[in-house]
Design a binder for this molecule. Structure first.
Ligand code: 9MR
Length: 605
């Protein structure tokens, strides 16, 4: 089959509609926006008709005009004034119409549960049980059981032979990262943090409805009935893996010490006392093909050298866990805190072990700039312990003084995670806590300003769309959600709704980027098990899985190459399993989806 042709044309069966909006419907009391692409430069008349065909509202479009992100000439239809719940509404402009949609009082919780089920189904080392998934063909035997490995001791793609180590670790369990079956501490860290933060936010703000939504017995996880909130059971499954990636005390290792500016390839192999650091990842020695069900992967797995970044991720989430599990499982909390302290101390001893070496078989998650990881880890440790030393590190950070903005949250940019923790913790005195809150609100205001710069009206307006743009948008929605928590300002909540509306269909492709949701959902993720597109024996994906989304920056898979130079940023996307730069699915993108789904359920009125 020629690259980028036949398979890529497997368009969804439902045709595109000329008027687009969130394909799962809208909240009856919430903001309501739909988009029409039309060359007209004057406002056009729109009507909203109900299921009986009666006109219930009408008005004129707002001409946004030429929109760089979508490449369209955009009209916006704001019908927020309509508040009557009901099914079968349609928007029309002349002879063009939206598909029928519903206005409902509150979300039904399905998106929350499905987006969290993704994590269960990415579990390594345990069978995925038919009783816990939506279709029997999604069940599968355990993969990588056990996942025991020693350090990589072969040649890397540049010919450098690695020294290995004199131990093996049992790193069974945890979540596979994505379409691949690598397990990475850096990305596992931010993903766990996001799920635990969804819970902790609800607890600290006393959101009983949100707590009830993720309580024991609410999610399809095997830990049902253990008295622990299910969302924490899911997070702990990954935490146990992260803890297992820590180098035992007393181990000396040869690791690459990078130059202080993090220039790729500039490193000196140096023998160090590595105890307490965390290995960057455990992964296959070379890339496996698609499909490869986890249980069918027989490629040798290795631990890859420990890095400062992975160690700070471990420190941050183990510290967060020590706080959250303190009363739920005190022994686990003690174990987490000890690991967090050790990891942080080791990272401070060795601040420049960077993940800058490329290996076959897994992704890099290389990050030369670790000041944000230091801030995040110190913030978590301080929030948990109140120790003066961690406070001193927090206070000395440019992210705390404001010398640097905390910026967009992502796997490689985590200062905002530290800020979110400090903003809701009562450790800092009022003055310093208010400073952190003000920084978050300033960030949220920047996101609000971006809404006006986009025709489809979303809080994200880069000139190029990055790898995982949907994750980036939902990470922004988290900051907007907390901004709303702190102020009650309606514009922040509207922007969260705008973000989810975009992801669920209010976009120039009229696609829902979440499997199983909406009339035109993504169906062919880049995934080694949910790979029906290339092998009829494999299942189609479950519901609730988020595509990475349009990517106009790194267009180097076979499908993306065919789009290069032909797509506006929001349209650089194809629903194709081979399109790993645009249509992969990952734990760090599904995590903010779940966070936002819970937050929207919680705050709908
Ligand atoms: O999400 C990552 C993205 O920010 C990077 O640009 C990209 C290339 O390095 O890698 C992405 O992460 C991939 C990881 O390395 C391996 N598992 C799948 C991840 C998503 O594609």
């Amino acid at each position: 089959m020629a690259a980028g042709t036949a398979l890529a044309d497997e368009a969804p069966h439902t045709p595109m509609a000329p008027i687009t909006l969130n394909q799962t419907g809208l909240e009856s009391a919430g903001p309501k926006l739909a988009i029409l692409a039309d060359p007209a430069t004057v406002p056009l008349d729109w009507r909203l008709v109900d299921a009986q065909g009666a006109v219930v509202a009408q008005g004129k479009t707002r001409v946004y005009g030429d929109d760089a992100a979508s490449g369209r000439h955009v009209h916006q239809i704001d019908f927020s004034q309509v508040r009557q719940a009901g099914q079968g509404y349609r928007l029309t402009v002349g002879d063009r119409a939206s598909r029928p949609f519903a206005l409902t009082a509150a979300p039904d919780g399905r998106l929350l549960r499905a987006s969290l089920s993704f994590f269960y189904q990415q579990r390594s080392g345990v069978p995925i049980e038919a009783a816990l998934v939506e279709r029997p063909d999604l069940a599968r035997p355990a993969g990588h059981r056990p996942d025991r490995a020693t350090c990589f001791n072969l040649a890397d793609p540049k010919g450098q032979v690695w020294p290995g180590c004199d131990y093996t670790l049992d790193a069974s369990g945890g979540w596979y990262d994505a379409g691949d079956q690598g397990k990475y501490v850096v990305n596992g860290g931010i993903s766990v943090w996001t799920l635990v933060n969804a819970y902790e936010r609800a607890r600290l703000l006393n959101r009983t409805r949100a707590l009830a939504q993720v309580a024991d017995g609410t999610l399809a996880v095997p830990e049902h009935g253990n008295g622990v909130p299910d969302i924490l059971d899911e997070a702990r499954f990954e935490l146990e893996f992260l803890l297992s990636m820590q180098v035992p005390d007393g181990k000396s290792l040869e690791v690459p010490i990078g130059d202080q500016r993090g220039n790729a390839g500039h490193y000196v192999l140096t023998r160090i006392d590595a105890g307490g650091l965390a290995h960057q990842k455990i992964a296959d020695a070379h890339w496996t093909g698609l499909p490869t069900a986890p249980a069918d992967d027989h490629v040798t797995r290795y631990l890859y050298y420990p890095t400062t970044g992975a160690s700070l991720n471990l420190a941050a989430v183990a510290a967060q866990a020590a706080r959250v599990w303190k009363d739920i499982d005190p022994a686990f909390a003690v174990r987490c805190l000890a690991a967090a302290r050790r990891a942080f101390a080791a990272a401070q001893r060795h601040p420049y072990i960077l993940a800058q070496v490329a290996f076959d078989g897994s992704g890099g998650y290389g990050d030369p700039h670790l000041a944000d990881e230091v801030y995040w880890a110190a913030a978590e440790l301080y929030a948990t312990t109140g120790d003066a030393a961690y406070l001193a590190t927090v206070r000395a950070s440019p992210y705390f003084t404001g010398a640097e903005g905390t910026g967009d949250l992502s796997w490689g940019s985590v200062a905002t995670a530290g800020a979110l923790t400090l903003a809701l913790s009562d450790r800092l005195g009022a003055a310093e806590r208010n400073r952190v809150r003000a920084q978050l609100l300033a960030l949220a205001d920047r996101y609000l300003a971006d809404e006006d710069k986009t025709g489809y009206r979303l809080p994200f307006a880069p000139t190029a769309y990055p790898w995982g743009s949907n994750g980036a948008i939902l990470n922004r929605a988290m900051v907007l959600g907390v901004a709303h928590d702190l102020t009650g300002k309606a514009a922040y909540r509207t922007a969260v709704v705008d973000a989810i509306d975009y992801v669920l269909g209010r976009n120039p492709l009229d696609r829902s980027f979440v499997t199983g949701f909406g009339a035109r959902p993504m169906e062919h993720p880049h995934h080694r098990f949910w790979a029906r597109q290339v092998d009829a024996r494999n299942p189609v994906p479950p519901s609730g899985v988020l595509s990475g989304g349009p990517n106009s920056s790194a267009m180097d898979d076979t499908v993306a190459k065919t789009l290069k130079g032909t797509c506006a940023p929001q349209t650089c996307w194809v629903d194709d399993l081979r399109a790993y730069t645009m249509n992969e699915v990952t734990i760090n993108w599904n995590a903010p989806l779940a966070w936002v789904a819970l937050w929207l359920d919680d705050t709908a009125d």
